[in-house]
Design a binder for this molecule. Structure first.
Ligand SMILES: [Zn+2]
Length: 475
């Protein structure tokens, strides 16, 4: 028996019986031993002679009895039949910690490693794997680039999933984790499913390397990339009168003092504003994007950022070959804590209808819905403008909520964090301890240290990816 690989299935996540059977069939071809297990994963990993070739998947048992049956190592397809009652209602991923790293470089390394361990494996049979790095213009040799990875059928191609992370720098931790999880766990299931035969996958990792590396949302030029993308230069002439009125509050031009850290007093300022503005007006004015204040928050720039050209050339190599494109850009920070919001800003009825088909049964937070806001210069909408009229385009933002920004208090805290971090960057603080508080609040807002939050983010992200991809394969 060829023991160069092991298929290990353990309980705890949401793969359908059909997906398992498809996987098992593929591994039977390579005569790998198959085990189903609920515990002892780490033991198996250590015992394997070639752990890099282990493909591990998990199942959520429909009942305790199934869980007990699975607790014994199983070698036969007969026992796999016991998993037939597995439901797809909820994922619980076990190895969450493996996908979250504490700094930009470790995230890049983990992403590259996830790609490199696919090279030459069975699951890439009849598929090509391409990868590379996009170098931003005017960057020095030592500056980080943007990693990308493409996996697609060698022959006919129909559909493309584009999964991107780190457009907002510091928000890249969760996006990177979801990409790593996809490459390490979901991809093999996807490729084993016959419905995915004509589907390709393009991952772009850490679209804003500077912001990610320095735990900022913006580029080195203070540009918010999700306000910077459009095919028309008119974007940079966009006015935002509501922002003009608030500029002195949003962008104080002085050192941060101890008093500035006080959240209650900032809440008082916002409460004062709410006498003359509705909550919706305030949110739109602040967050929609502005093109006048280059040191201000939500600054969309005066011209395309360096990312635009390199992304264009990468996408021009791939996009034209597909009949349908599903783009997911992963973000964190806004919405209910611990919840994944589906936050598209559909630009056409066709986009909207396609989103509704894929996300049937999910609550969609349209850009014009309560507590959310529409945005100018949005990245996923830009990609839609690069697509031909005869291509189906499905844009989506995954937004993992952290501070309950949909509530007045959470919204105020979120804006306060944004203001202070930006003020610190441009003007500094009176003491180092003030700077540390500002940075810590900002990091917690976009990359919570709470393990439960991280687990919930990956669980929901993986489940939504699986479910919507199954529907995308039917498009
Ligand atoms: Zn974001």
């Amino acid at each position: 028996m060829d023991r160069s690989g092991v298929l290990l299935i353990w309980s705890g996540a949401d793969f359908s019986f059909a997906a398992c059977t498809a996987l098992k069939t593929r591994f039977d071809e390579t005569r790998c031993p198959v085990f189903v297990n609920t515990t002892g994963l780490s033991i198996w990993m250590k015992q394997s002679t070639s752990p890099g070739l282990i493909r591990a998947f998990s199942l959520l048992p429909a009942s305790e009895s199934v869980a007990k049956q699975n607790s014994i190592h199983l070698r036969t397809s007969q026992r796999l039949a016991a998993l037939q009652s597995v439901t797809e209602d909820r994922i619980t991923m076990i190895r969450t910690a493996n996908y979250f790293q504490d700094n930009y470089r470790a995230c890049c390394a983990a992403f590259r490693h996830a790609g490199s361990r696919l090279q030459g494996t069975q699951i890439l049979q009849n598929r090509q794997l391409l990868h590379g790095m996009l170098r931003l213009p005017h960057s020095a040799a030592a500056d980080p680039g943007i990693d990308w990875l493409y996996i697609g059928p060698a022959g006919k191609t129909e559909r493309l999933l584009l999964l991107t992370s780190g457009l907002h720098g510091i928000e890249g931790y969760a996006g990177s984790a979801l990409q790593q999880l996809f490459l390490n766990q979901l991809l093999a299931v996807e490729l084993g499913a016959s419905a995915a035969r004509d589907t390709a996958f393009l991952f772009i990792h850490a679209l804003n390397p500077y912001g990610f590396q320095h735990n900022r949302r913006t580029t080195v030029e203070n540009i918010d990339l999700n306000r910077n993308f459009d095919t028309s230069a008119d974007l940079y002439q966009t006015t935002n009168p509501g922002y003009d009125q608030l500029n002195c509050i949003l962008n104080p031009e002085r050192l941060i003092s101890e008093a500035d850290l006080d959240r209650e007093s900032f809440l008082g300022v916002l409460n004062g504003l709410s006498q003359s503005h509705s909550e919706r007006e305030l949110t739109e004015a602040i967050a929609r994007g502005q093109y006048n204040y280059e040191r201000g928050i939500y600054y969309g720039g005066c011209m395309p950022a360096g990312q635009r050209g390199v992304i264009d050339s990468l996408l021009q190599n791939h996009l034209p070959h597909f009949r349908a494109v599903y783009a997911i850009d992963v973000h964190t920070g806004y919405g209910e804590r611990g919840r994944l919001h589906y936050f598209p800003d559909a630009q056409s009825p066709e986009h909207k209808a396609a989103i509704q088909r894929l996300f049937r049964g999910y609550k969609i937070d349209w850009g014009d819905s309560e507590g959310f806001y529409s945005v100018t210069g949005e990245f996923v909408n830009y990609i839609g403008k690069l697509c031909r009229a005869d291509q189906l385009y499905i844009p989506m933002i995954f937004e993992f909520g952290t501070l309950d920004s949909h509530t007045p208090f959470g919204g105020a805290i979120s804006v306060h964090n944004m203001i202070l971090e930006n003020q610190l960057f441009h003007y500094g603080s009176q003491t180092d301890s003030i700077a540390a508080v500002v940075r810590q609040r900002f990091l917690e807002m976009f990359y919570p240290s709470d393990e439960a939050w991280r687990r919930a983010a990956l669980d929901q992200g993986a489940a939504a990816l699986r479910r919507t991809l199954q529907r995308f394969h039917q498009e």
